[in-house]
Design a protein. Structure first.
Length: 298
């Protein structure tokens, strides 16, 4: 069983993996004792792919400001048995509810319990998984108070407990250090052959398309500029990085990262209230190395 993201996450990189692989440094497979760092881990699609595909990665560090999310990673890593048992119980309870209204009321009850912020790690992670599987579109969104506020998703029998994935992920995470907080702390963990992959909250394409409320702290244009300054620190320290973000029509990122190499990749967007605004569009990919695997093959 291959390891894969254990939660659904907006902006997950599963669909872009092949394109991201092609944009890795040209000689990446020849690096030795690689340290891989993801300062905004999110759902972890790129993390799980990299760890299973590149055996030269000997250590990995992941970080996220969302403590509920990083608690999930820690529980999956350290307590998979207890988590699976807890998820089986809540799945059995949910499946026993025979109509949509009772399922909705149970969802709201569990959402309220999750928002008390007084649960132990196992229970908190159980409800994180449950809400992720039963809320609308699998979104994770919080209000300014940091409370989860996504409505009920009307799914009758979603897969709440997936033991195979949890155990596969747990095994892979044994070599991963899990941090919680500001992404800048990750630089202290870089050494020798280190690759950073940045997948921050995306800058909205317009005023109505923002789905970056993963934490109560807004990731606005000031935050995007602060991240660019951190990339400058990574560059100055001699490390390599790759960064994804939205391809904004105002050329915000073309100007911001003009010192670096900017490319475009194709992505599918499925999260939009207006079906006509879903579909293929470009995203930017920034990196600080001149040659990629793709340029060498071409």
């Amino acid at each position: 069983m291959k390891a894969k993201p254990f939660i659904k996450w907006v902006g997950g990189k599963g669909q872009l993996i092949e394109q991201l692989e092609a944009k890795l440094p040209a000689d990446f497979d020849n690096w030795e004792n690689v340290t891989y760092i993801e300062p905004f881990v999110g759902g972890g699609a790129m993390l799980f792919y990299m760890l299973q595909t590149h055996p030269n990665i000997k250590s990995a560090i992941i970080n996220d400001i969302n403590e509920d999310l990083t608690t999930c990673y820690k529980v999956v890593k350290q307590n998979p048995d207890a988590l699976v048992e807890s998820l089986k119980q809540i799945q059995k309870k949910y499946y026993s509810l025979k109509n949509e209204e009772t399922r909705k009321q149970f969802f709201l009850l569990m959402r309220g319990e999750f928002n008390t912020k007084q649960l132990n790690p196992i229970d908190n992670t159980t409800l994180f998984f449950f809400l992720n599987r039963t809320c609308f579109n699998g979104l994770y969104r919080v209000n300014k108070a940091g409370l989860f506020n996504v409505p009920f998703g009307r799914y009758e029998t979603p897969t709440i407990c997936d033991p195979n994935t949890i155990y596969a992920d747990s095994e892979l995470l044994q070599s991963v250090e899990i941090l919680t907080g500001d992404y800048q702390q990750t630089l202290a963990h870089a050494k020798n052959n280190t690759l950073f992959y940045f997948d921050p909250p995306y800058r909205p394409l317009n005023n109505t398309s923002s789905f970056n409320d993963y934490a109560k702290e807004a990731f606005n244009d000031f935050a995007q500029r602060r991240l660019k300054e951190f990339c400058d620190q990574v560059e100055a320290a001699g490390f390599k990085f790759m960064l994804s973000n939205s391809d904004c029509s105002d050329m915000f990122f073309d100007d911001l990262y003009a010192h670096y190499i900017i490319e475009r990749v194709w992505a599918s967007r499925s999260v939009n209230a207006n079906p006509q605004k879903r579909g293929k569009l470009t995203e930017i990919l920034v990196h600080n190395y001149p040659e990629t695997k793709q340029t060498i093959r071409a």
